[in-house]
Design a protein around this ligand. Structure first.
Ligand code: SF4
Length: 115
């Protein structure tokens, strides 16, 4: 068992977390009292990261909806489709379907992500 230090990826606050890990499984998540930006705070979403990460139904690959069903697609295809939707939206062309994005920038500057 090891305790690793992380920034919570769930929102832009990027609270510092102490994550107890054993065999690539999260055993517990606690706020890091020494993390300067959150000072020992984290909300219930941060505490729930272990449950979310360990969930057997967690989605690990991109899915595309066709009617009421979802089908697995490759990351390359998902990124290509997302780029196409973004270009269409940016240039004001009409497009059917929907597009969603998730972004997060860590206030600690550890990393930024956009998907
Ligand atoms: S613990 Fe809560 S407030 Fe802090 S970064 Fe995660 S989701 Fe945001």
């Amino acid at each position: 068992m090891v305790i690793k230090k992380f920034s919570c990826p769930t929102c832009n606050a990027g609270c510092g977390l102490l994550v107890e890990v054993n065999n690539n499984k999260i055993l517990s998540v606690k706020p890091d009292p020494n993390y300067p930006l959150s000072g020992g705070f984290c909300c219930p979403k941060g505490i729930a990261l272990g449950d979310i990460t360990n969930d057997k139904d967690r989605i690990l690959k991109p899915l595309i909806r066709s009617g009421n069903l979802f089908h697995e697609i490759s990351w390359k295809k998902a990124i290509d489709l997302k780029g196409l939707k973004d270009r269409e939206a940016l240039w004001g062309r009409s497009w059917s379907g929907s597009s969603s994005s998730f972004s997060s920038s860590y206030s600690a500057g550890r990393r930024s992500s956009l998907l």
